[in-house]
Design a protein around this ligand. Structure first.
Ligand code: GRF
Length: 192
């Protein structure tokens, strides 16, 4: 296998998906290497996990900045690190159109629902309230519309009687950790 594609992961919180993406990147046949973990939250617990894994980190608070100005700061950090692909992993910021356009076709996200159902927040509570038999997660290409781009991978779990949003979230998270490295790797292999 030739050179691995340089990948950045954007996080805002605990970074469990980030951790499995880093872990998967160590495999010799993985098509990406993680060159940067960046966050809008300097206190994100995932930043310490990334550093412990030997990955460079960049953190800058979005507070007090216009969306496009903040995104330009993140964009600069990604360009400086030579990034080719971006993986959003619990990144809780709506992205500006300019930023999204600059990474068109090279930025993926994981969302904890079976898209196109339940875009946005409280996905598990809404799936339970609707009486759905299944929940799940989706990996999709990021476009300027929230949680809307082409879905490139999905995993489903049953919704059980008496499920709480927390119990369902935990069941889905196990699948997220399987799905994201696999779907991201397949996407990068297909797109170069
Ligand atoms: C995950 O459920 C992901 O699908 C959603 O935010 C959560 C992030 O969790 N976008 P983690 O930070 O990866 O642990």
């Amino acid at each position: 296998m030739g050179t691995k594609a340089p990948l950045a992961i954007l996080i805002s919180g605990r970074g469990s998906n980030m951790s499995v993406l880093i872990e998967a990147s160590r495999a010799p046949d993985c098509p990406y290497e993680v060159v940067l973990v960046a966050s809008n939250n300097p206190d994100a617990p995932g930043l310490a996990l990334a550093r412990a894994a030997g990955i460079a980190t960049f953190a800058h608070s979005h507070k007090g900045l216009a969306r496009a100005d903040f995104d330009a700061i993140i964009d600069r950090a990604l360009r400086d690190a030579g990034v080719r692909y971006v993986a959003l992993a619990g990144y809780m910021r709506i992205l500006s159109e300019g930023f999204v356009a600059g990474w068109e076709g090279r930025m993926l996200n994981i969302h904890p629902s079976l898209l196109p159902k339940y875009k946005g927040l409280d996905t598990h509570g809404r799936a339970i309230a609707a009486g759905d038999a299944e929940g799940g997660c989706s990996v999709h290409v990021v476009t300027a519309t929230l949680d809307d781009g082409e879905v490139v991978g999905q995993a489903t779990v049953p919704i059980l009687p008496g499920d709480t949003p927390e119990a369902l979230a935990n069941r889905v998270l196990v699948e997220e950790h399987r799905l994201y490295p696999a779907a991201l790797s397949a996407y990068i292999r297909a797109h170069g």
